[in-house]
Design a protein around this ligand. Structure first.
Ligand code: DC
Length: 232
């Protein structure tokens, strides 16, 4: 049986994970958050005192790591580092920068590529990241490029941090968003860019429901899925 895949790429804070999670539930696909995998490498570097931007040290660390992606009873993805559930730990604000630096290294990208492809070979997936439509799953059935203005994305990130009880300063969050965009789009290996055949969706002026309906419509049309049914 051949499985279907939906690739969602775009900068951080565009709503990829929230939307992909809901879409996966609606369609009965497995949701794969690839950013969580890079975050796990970022966390590992941090914990071992390794500079996440130093390719030699990071490459030396990789073979000794156990990174496992699992799914809880709630169907949601969980990340394990050396046997420990780090699903919450990888969301700490300081891990974002470590993940972004580590993600720029070819050694890290090569190390994680097969894990992502294998998951897509074994399930119907909706996978979000930066290079899913361009590198990881160039044959994806549907490719979406989701974006929003830096200010709108910083605003969402800021609210999310406050809701989690973390302290946050909007200007700093905006600076971090801009800096991370720069690193993610200008790196040499697998930079964030829209695949030529990806549908562009800008959510700047849309709320979550509006964005969800927009994407669901595109996916249903491309996969030829009618409401409530799933036809191949
Ligand atoms: O989506 P996120 O913010 O959790 O991702 C964390 C970092 O990992 C982000 O800086 C970009 C990087 N990343 C990547 O380079 N490729 C992916 N497929 C997913 C994330």
């Amino acid at each position: 049986m051949e499985y279907r895949s939906i690739a969602i790429d775009g900068p951080s804070g565009a709503g990829k994970s929230t939307l992909a999670k809901r879409l996966a539930q609606e369609l009965g696909f497995l949701y794969v958050d690839t950013g969580a995998i890079y975050r796990t490498v970022g966390l590992a570097a941090r914990r071992r005192g390794v500079d996440p931007a130093d390719e030699k040290s990071v490459a030396a660390m990789l073979p000794g790591l156990s990174i496992i992606m699992g799914y809880g009873e709630d169907g949601l993805q969980r990340m394990f580092l050396d046997g420990e559930d780090v699903t919450s730990a990888i969301r700490e604000n300081e891990i974002s920068a470590c993940a972004s630096k580590a993600a720029a290294l070819p050694a890290v990208r090569d190390f994680l590529l097969e894990m992502q492809r294998k998951t897509a070979r074994e399930h119907d997936v909706i996978m979000d990241g930066r290079d899913i439509g361009t590198v990881v799953l160039p044959q994806a059935d549907v490719k979406l490029f989701l974006t929003a203005s830096p200010e709108a994305r910083a605003e969402r990130r800021y609210k999310e941090l406050l809701e989690r009880g973390q302290r946050a300063d909007f200007d700093q969050v905006l600076r971090e968003v801009v800096e991370r965009d720069r690193r993610d789009t200008q790196r040499e290996t697998a930079p964030l860019r829209r695949a030529e055949d990806a549908v562009l969706a800008d959510t700047t002026g849309l709320d979550l429901e509006g964005s969800f309906q927009l994407l669901l419509g595109i996916i249903r049309e491309r996969l030829n899925i009618r409401e409530g049914t799933y036809e191949k």
